[in-house]
Structure formats: structure tokens, C-alpha cells
Design a protein around this ligand. Sequence first.
Ligand SMILES: [Zn+2]
Length: 326
Amino acid sequence: MLLVQYINTFSLNCRMKTLFEEIKASIKNNYDPDRSFWRPVLPWGGVFTIKAGRKAVSCTPLYVEINLKNTCTIDGFLMLLYVILHENEHFPKELSLHLGREFVDYFLYLMDSYNFTTVKLLWIWDKMEKQQYKSEVHKASLEIDLFGNEHDNFTKNLESLMSTIQESYCSNSRCPTRMQEDLHRTININPPQEIPHGDLIQRAVDELFCSKIELCEQYGCNGLREFTQRVFCHGAPPFVVLNMQQWKPEELAYVPYHLDLSDHKYLLEGATLFNKEEHHYSAAFQIDGYWIHYDGLRNVNLILLNKPPEFLLLSSLVYIRAAENK
Ligand SMILES: [Zn+2]
């Protein structure tokens, strides 16, 4: 009886914390004055060893391990996706409709249990197109290189979440392109043209999403073109990724915490950052109101920030849909 009790307590104490619990505990118990800590968080790269069974011996496999390189183009987003799924209780179910239930369940299981190379392979094989990455066999290992742009490697593959459409109609009945549809697979916003002030990001989002009337650009047509509101093809998604690559640091002095987008309110959750000299991506996100910088290439891969990061080298902003006020 006593032994059973002992074993029960023992197994309870030894139950491994999930990655998310581990990060939360680190934030809570962080007494280190420089506020940086290493955790077994998603590292850069990865090696996946294929366990050769009896069958494999007879058919001589081409490779026995998979080597991942330059994975920072997906790492930051995978961390953000993980945090978003854990912090919002209804999102896993909703995201299952877009990304597939098996994908979401397996993704959470692999991240929770620190299977980082496998989770990257899940993304590569389930969500990426073959032509989006380079792969070749080196001796006995398959090398997959994700060098490139993170919007190509990640955001573009969220088509069912990020796709939007806007229709427009020209007032001139002889206009050869009277009805037009403008479909975007990602949300790419451009800084406003004139020297403006105030909330540039909200204005750029409005410019992309709001209805408007402009002169028709069709050659020789003097009609007025009326644009409808831009809408999400599959409903307002739980989170949005804004592609910020066109923005200069001086235009990013103010990053809004609240964003009105397609009749919904969104809240800032995180960002991905790009270091041009190193051609390297990292990410920042919030947990329980604390800002954390993540960089899988560094030994100190998580840094708890004193204040929200300065978004000077932005690659993207990530917003989550606010709960509806009832
Ligand atoms: Zn026209």
C-alpha cells in the first residue's frame, strides 16, 4: 500500500513538463539579473535518425539520417504557432478546420514533448511544396536546406487562413476590365506613400482592406473604379501574419497593440525579426503579458525582455483575434 502511494507520488513528480509549462515556469522563477535563460527550446537545424529495421537492410536505404539546415525561416513561426495554440483555448479546434485536425494534434504533441526535428519535418512534408526547399543526398544523409525567405517557407503555406479577396467595378460600361477580382494569398502591407503621422500600420491595413473609389487604371478608360471591402476567403482567421518586409525602421516607431481588421479586433501577439547581415530570422512573443525574444541559433535561446522589443528589423507582425464582446 505504502509502496503504491510512493510510486504514485514519484510518477507525479517525475511527469515531464510540456515545453509550454517549462517556458512559463522559467518566466515565473527567473531570478537571473540578466533575464536570459537557456531552455530545451526549438533549436536551429536538426538531425533525424532513421531507425533501420530488418526490411531496410534488404532494400538498402539511400540514407539513414535527415539533416536540416537554415531552419530559422520556419523556427520562429513554429514557436509563435505553439504559443498561440496554448494561450487561446478555442484556437486548436478552430485551426484544425484550416490546417487539419491531425496536423494540429500531432504538432502540439511533438512540441509539448520536445520532438523538434520531427515537428520541423511535419511542417516541411505536410505544409510545404517540394519546390520550396532544396534537398539532396550527401553520403548516407538527406540534407534539407530551408535557406530563403520565411514568408515563402511559412506564411504562403497558410493559404486557407490568410487568403483575402477584393472585388472592384468600373463605372464605364465600355471598360474592358469592368469587373475585377484581386486575390491575395498573404497579407502584405505597404507603408503609406505620403509623409504621414499617427498609426501608419493601421492606415496601411485600412488601405488594403477598406472599400474605396479610385480612377480606373485601365488605359484610356476615364471611369471610376469602386472597390468593395476586402474579405477573408474563409472567414476572419484566429491569427494573422502581416508581411512587413517593405517597411523601414523609421516607419516602425509605433507598432499598434490593437488592430481593426475586416470588422474584427486583433491584438498583437508577436513578431518575427530579420537580421540582414547574418541573413537570420528570430522571433518575439508574449506569454502572460511578458515579452520573450527567441533565437534558436544562440546558446541563450530565450531572453525575457524588460519591455516590449523595438521592432526595428521586422519581417512580420502576428496578431490574434480578440474574443468577441457579448
Ligand atoms: Zn475602367
